[in-house]
Design a binder for this molecule. Structure first.
Ligand code: SF4
Length: 251
């Protein structure tokens, strides 16, 4: 049973002392967290990050509306360079109009492009969705392949998309989804110093326990949307502030 979009909780951090002295306000920035020097300290810091994410987002999951693995693949292809909110406005009607993979395989590209126009890059996305449907029908008997190497042969299914589908639809930890939020937060939290998503994923899978891969990326995505935005991150209300070197300590 798949779930649709869920409410986004905000991670709360404990109240700081007010810094008020004799009626005036004295700003007392907290000290920057010390960087770990040993493997044991690094492990301890990572455990703190994971625990804070669990506290803030215990049920994090994919926010894209879908009711089966094929619909999730379509929604994920449409989500490239587009918000999940916008995709979720388009997909319910789209899946009513094209209720099966075969219906997508048979639609003219121009017609599908018109249906998904509001998600941007609609010609390329229509080509990918139709190509994916045809490939899965011809090579995989109409079933989404459950191994990443096969899934990566499907048009439109690059590594991020394949990880989303395998993790969310099948519970298979094939890797860690690295979207723009995971990319930004992994760097801010100093879990990687890479900028290329493939290299970031390679760094993350070395340190995040495999049983956490699926949940971890959903948690970072939710935290990126709710608290640690690209501009003006809300460090003062972030549960990760005590372990984050990028924190704005005066906020
Ligand atoms: S930059 Fe700020 S909001 Fe982002 S994780 Fe660090 S403390 Fe939290």
């Amino acid at each position: 049973m798949y779930k649709g979009a869920s409410a986004v909780p905000i991670m709360k951090k404990p109240q700081k002392p007010s810094g008020k002295l004799n009626g005036s306000i004295q700003v007392v920035p907290a000290a920057k967290p010390a960087r770990p020097k040993t493997a044991a300290e690094r492990h301890q810091r990572l455990q703190k990050i994971l625990a804070a994410l669990d506290a803030g987002y215990p049920d994090a999951t994919c926010a894209l509306y879908h009711s089966n693995p094929w619909e999730l693949l379509v929604a994920t292809i449409l989500s490239a360079q587009c918000t999940d909110k916008r995709v979720n406005q388009v997909t319910p009607g789209l899946f009513r109009k094209y209720p099966t993979m075969r219906a997508f395989a048979n639609v003219p590209q121009e017609e599908l492009a018109g249906d998904i126009r509001s998600t941007g890059f609609f010609n390329n996305k229509a080509k990918s969705v139709i190509g994916a449907a045809r490939k899965i029908i011809s090579d995989f008997g109409g079933e989404i392949p459950c191994d990443i190497d096969s899934l990566l042969t499907v048009p439109g299914a690059a590594r991020k998309t394949a990880n989303v589908v395998l993790g969310t639809a099948f519970g298979i930890a094939s890797g860690i989804v690295v979207d723009t939020h995971v990319q930004r937060l992994s760097n801010r939290l100093d879990l990687t110093r890479e900028s290329d998503p493939v290299k970031i994923e390679q760094d993350l899978v070395k340190i995040i326990p495999k049983e956490r891969w699926i949940l971890f990326s959903h948690q970072l995505i939710l935290h990126g949307r709710a608290v640690c935005a690209a501009r003006n991150p809300k460090c003062a209300e972030c549960g990760l502030q005590d372990v984050c070197y990028s924190s704005d300590r005066t906020s």
